[in-house]
Write a protein that binds this ligand. Sequence first.
Ligand SMILES: [Zn+2]
Length: 253
Amino acid sequence: MSSEKNAPSTMSSAEGAKAEPRANQPKNPYGGGPGTGLQFPPYYKPTPSVRSRMNYFPNSETVGPDEMRISFVGSCPFPPRRDQAGTCIMVELGNGDRFFFDFGPGCVKNILAMGVPVPSINDIFITHLHVDHYHDLSYLLPFSAWAGRWKQPLRVTGPSGRTPDLGTKGMVAGMKQMLKWHLEAFDACPIGDGYEVEVNEFDWKDENGICYEKNGVTIRHWRRSHERTAPRPTVWTGTAFRSCGPATAALTN
Ligand SMILES: [Zn+2]
């Protein structure tokens, strides 16, 4: 076996020149790129733990002030799959904020597996009102009140509809009616104020409108054709995130 020193070089001089860092290349504040087989460009800024790990372990990484962690805790429309929850994307920001984009069936179990306590599951943005994008709301509402989300409402943001009953407020009112027996039954337990749902309904026709603006975070929405009204939220903190939603379909609004 030849030593590294004596190993023949396989890089041509032209390739060597190509590997030279460019003067205008962004600097990585954490030092060099990951060295464990992860393939990222040199300007990628991994959190420190990523530099030596191939896997993500919940609660083991700090999100930097200008970073966001995007976790696909669900990505399945229908039919349901044994190991894949309905659409839900969890976005965690360096300022401590956490948002959920869509809340499909089965997502709660994956959110818990990511180390998020039940009372902290909040600030849910619904892209559109197909049930595979909000199904677990009805599961979360009574049980999160029961599990300690007493002092704050469940905050849900979503689109309006062509008529009031086709919007997010209409959906939440219908959900509460569906849950009536359950909610009243749980009233025997000390659940405090956890049944309130604060609905922030935005105009689905508003192109690039702002549906959230707080703590330096702006979330915008825009229209997209998908059977009916189907706005998409995006979160902006200097780093952009655009939620991935369903496939484009004919516009019938
Ligand atoms: Zn859909």
